[in-house]
Ligand binder design. Sequence first.
Ligand code: NAD
Ligand code: APR
Length: 241
Amino acid sequence: MLKKCLQESNYTVVMTGAGMSTESGLPDFRSANTGMWTQEDPSQIASTEALNKNVEKFFTFYRQRVLGLNECEPHKGHDILARWEKEGLIQSIITQNIDGFHQEAGSREVSELHGTMKQVHCQTCGKIYGNDTYVEEKFQCECGGKLRPSVVLFGEMLPEDAFMKAQVESEKADLFIVLGSSLTVTPANQFPMIAKQSGAKLVIVNLEPTDFDIYADLVIQDRKIGEVLEEVNEELEQEER
Ligand code: NAD
Ligand code: APR
């Protein structure tokens, strides 16, 4: 069914959430027991308020995430999406993830709605550094300002260019595939509906139900993203043989 949707579509957009990277070893946010926000209160650590008033906890939390990120890498699902882009099967990816794994796997058209943890920047002068500064516990810029990951924190606006690109891509899609997102956070969770309202078919691949399943043309909840993508890729390769 997903293979058929892909083959019939002229413009396919994929939107990924943290569930896309759990098979790389990165925890997501809201899965029962393992999600990061089941252990921590995000507003106390992943927010502008935390950066200004709870800075030691902020630095510790994000340094741990940088160390975790640097030990993980894209999995086969990321590689398949990059190959499908090269083959013209999908046109772009909108991601809420900050791990940079889509680009690392070779995807080129990627809108990072929530920024990236691959780099940090100075809160005062904006100077950009690699995230190795956090590994080395260097949290201060040469100008004396605080260094923070270049991610969107709770309470912040999303980067305008990524937001607008995601809006345009969602309107152009005739197939919109969500991979691994609970679709609980605005404004990211608006894009599947923008696509649907623009006439796209909506597919949601997620291990848990979402509030948008009722609008989807296809919901896959019984298999992990990696398995789903490998199965469809295998079917497509069989047909080419
Ligand atoms: P929120 O529920 O307050 O939603 C953000 C608000 O800002 C919404 O009203 C949205 O419509 C609006 N908005 C944001 N960017 C916009 C833009 N470019 N143009 C128009 N409207 C825009 O969100 P929040 O709970 O304050 O979190 C803000 C964002 O930060 C969320 O997307 C969240 O996923 C993200 N976040 C990222 C991390 C991380 O580690 N990357 C951690 C926490 C939150
Ligand atoms: N295959 C399919 N689904 C999966 C897999 C997998 N291998 N692993 C996890 N999931 C599902 C989980 O069941 C969960 O519903 O992915 C979903 C991930 O949802 P969240 O943890 O809420 O992550 P996400 O939707 O990306 O969160 C959005 O919230 O805190 C902010 O900025 C943060 O970008 C994040 C945003």
